[in-house]
Design a protein around this ligand. Structure first.
Ligand SMILES: CC(=O)SCCNC(=O)CCNC(=O)[C@H](O)C(C)(C)COP(=O)(O)OP(=O)(O)OC[C@H]1O[C@@H](n2cnc3c(N)ncnc32)[C@H](O)[C@@H]1OP(=O)(O)O
Ligand SMILES: CC(=O)C(=O)O
Length: 545
């Protein structure tokens, strides 16, 4: 699959700034423990540098570095890097407390941000161009004399180069001459396009400095810009997991690395690490509590999900016909979606994924029709895999009658000045025992859930482990107001695996009951199944609904 363009420059480094620039994303806030957990995951991915934060800028980052120095997360692949800025105007680096904080972080490497755009020097720093150069050389030389390796991030380099190329290049040259091992050219405002990046990086190579690249995604080109810089001579790529970062984010480091490894054929991460990328990207999203995009390249939930009938029919012959790589290379999975866009092939592939032989053309065609009719009525099987399996079993005559519901009733009573309470009665027969059970709850679905569980528990004690983890309602024919058809999706878990069922109706309680009942039925059919080998994607599919 890989098409080597040329050999990887040596050395070539992958630098992660999730913990610093990534945490500049709106709504993304990391505790020290979160940062330590992410550090371990990044090290497992095998990046060469982990930028842990800015020691001295806030107590959490300072604590994080002291925890790391005490061995909280021993690193086997990565080198910990502390971020900071050049010394303040008019000071000596040796006297600047934030420069001292870099040394005190006990990280081996410091990455300092320096102004390289003349307007920023004059307007933001309010100093002279000469003093800014002195700030760069003094800070780099001082940190080197303290025994640190130093990288310099040239902020606004590309805009600066356009305004005053000689000065922008002088900053690069000054940093390298003072001892910076890599000078990173930053598209801080993220406004560049790939040809512009390529041209400017190409010019900067004339400084002789080893160049790196740091791109923001404001034009939607952060990854493309990073690759353009690499093509033009950058030997160090910066980015974040899941593209987290200030404003529209940073270059997604996993996409960058996957492109370089799988398309250019460069071995950048330790052997086997890229195959863990999907798991690690999702694990990091769990810690940040900011979900990654389902449509993220390579590691997204939908990266290898196929919905259209024509795609599926070709995939049945050879998955590579509609996939740019084998998903296994990044630890992802192909998923076949069942929907009204499905043809026989989707149904056959999905059926065989679930363990059913649907090779018979007529059978597959009949089930496809059923799916299309049900979808037209409002059902959705894309995320409700469990309901699709029940539909299949019904059509194949393989749906066991584990219980038979005779009736159910829900009753909500309001009390003056107090909260309403709900009571529900379910009558059913399970394993020959008839039950009439009353359940109470804070609402009709909760009461139905309790009643169903209590009614099934004597015959099937395993249901005591079932719990409803998500409940979503969507109005299907908007504009109809309270007599609209609604769709209910219910996610149930038994602690080992999670599944989703769907119910549709004009009565929201009836639609909920259908999804709930099918959730219990599916759970009972699969009560003895082991936990999936790779939990996560199926559950995420349900979560994305
Ligand atoms: C492009 C980037 O994303 S770089 C990373 C940006 N990240 C952050 O800013 C997050 C962490 N930052 C902070 O906690 C704070 O901003 C601090 C601790 C760094 C500084 O805080 P404060 O001293 O209160 O000042 P403030 O936040 O207003 O920063 C501006 C000061 O930094 C100076 N400054 C800005 N850039 C640089 C630089 N590259 N080198 C030296 N000084 C700089 C400004 O001149 C200004 O100094 P002044 O107060 O003497 O006028
Ligand atoms: C350094 C950095 O984060 C930037 O220039 O965008």
């Amino acid at each position: 699959m890989s098409t080597p363009v040329r050999s990887a420059p040596v050395p070539f480094h992958v630098y992660d700034t999730t913990l610093r620039d990534g945490s500049q994303q709106e709504g993304l806030n990391l505790s020290v423990n979160d940062k330590l957990a992410i550090t371990a995951l990044l090290d497992e991915l095998g990046v060469h540098f982990i930028e842990g934060g800015w020691p001295g800028a806030n107590p959490s980052d300072t604590t994080y570095f002291s925890e790391m120095a005490s061995g909280a997360v021993p690193l086997k692949n990565a080198t910990l890097t502390a971020f900071g800025f050049t010394r303040r105007v008019g000071m000596k680096a040796a006297d600047d407390p934030l420069t001292a904080a870099l040394r005190d972080s006990r990280a081996d490497v410091a990455c300092i941000v320096a102004k390289s755009h003349d307007r920023h020097v004059e307007q933001a720093l309010k100093t002279t161009l000469r003093e800014n150069l002195a700030m760069v050389s003094d800070t780099v030389a001082h940190l080197r004399s303290e025994g640190m390796r130093v990288l310099v991030d040239c902020e606004h380099f590309f805009d600066g180069y356009r305004a005053n190329p000689a000065y922008a290049l002088e900053v690069v040259h000054t940093a390298a001459e003072a001892g910076a091992e890599v000078v990173v050219l930053c598209d801080t405002n993220g406004g560049m396009l790939p040809p512009w990046i390529g041209e400017i990086v190409g010019s900067a190579t004339a400084t002789g400095a080893r160049l790196g690249i740091h791109c923001h995604n404001d034009t939607g080109c952060a990854v493309a810009n990073t690759l353009a810089a690499v093509d033009a001579g950058a030997m160090h790529v910066q980015g974040t997991i899941n593209g987290y970062g200030e404003r529209t984010g940073n270059a997604d480091l996993v996409t960058v690395v996957a492109n370089l490894q799988l398309k250019y054929g460069w071995d950048l991460l330790p052997a086997g690490s890229l195959q863990e990328a999907t798991r690690l990207s999702h694990a990091i999203a769990e810690v940040t509590n900011v979900p990654s995009s389902a449509r993220a390249p390579y590691v997204g939930l939908s990266s290898f999900a196929h919905k259209a009938g024509l795609h599926a029919s070709a995939i049945k012959v050879d998955p590579n016909l509609y996939q740019h790589i084998d998903p296994v290379e990044v630890g992802n999975d192909m998923r076949m979606l069942v929907s009204d866009m499905a043809g026989r092939a989707n149904i056959q592939i999905k059926g065989s994924e679930l363990g059913f032989d649907l090779s018979d053309r007529e059978l597959a065609a009949r089930i496809t029709e059923k799916v299309k009719d049900a979808e037209a009525a409002g059902y959705t099987y894309e995320s409700a895999d469990a309901s699709f399996e029940l539909l299949l079993r019904r059509e194949l005559g393989q749906l066991p009658t584990l219980f038979e519901v005779h009736s159910w009733r829900v009753f909500t009573q309001s009390h003056a000045g107090g909260e309403a309470d709900t009571e529900c009665t379910v009558r059913l027969t399970a394993k020959g025992q008839s039950q009439r059970v009353v359940g109470e709850g804070n609402g009709p679905v909760n009461a139905l859930d309790h009643a169903l569980l209590n009614a099934l528990s004597p015959a099937y004690p395993v249901v005591d482990r079932f719990s409803l983890v998500d409940y979503r309602v969507r109005i299907l024919d908007q504009g109809h107001g309270t007599d609209a058809t609604v769709r209910v999706l219910i996610q149930t878990t038994n602690g080992r695996r999670t599944w989703t069922t769907v119910g549709v109706g004009q009565n929201i309680v009836e639609a909920s009951w259908e999804a709930l009942r099918d959730g219990y039925l599916y759970g009972l059919i699969h009560a003895d199944d082991p936990a999936p080998v790779k939990p996560g994607l199926g559950q995420l599919a349900a979560a994305h609904g």
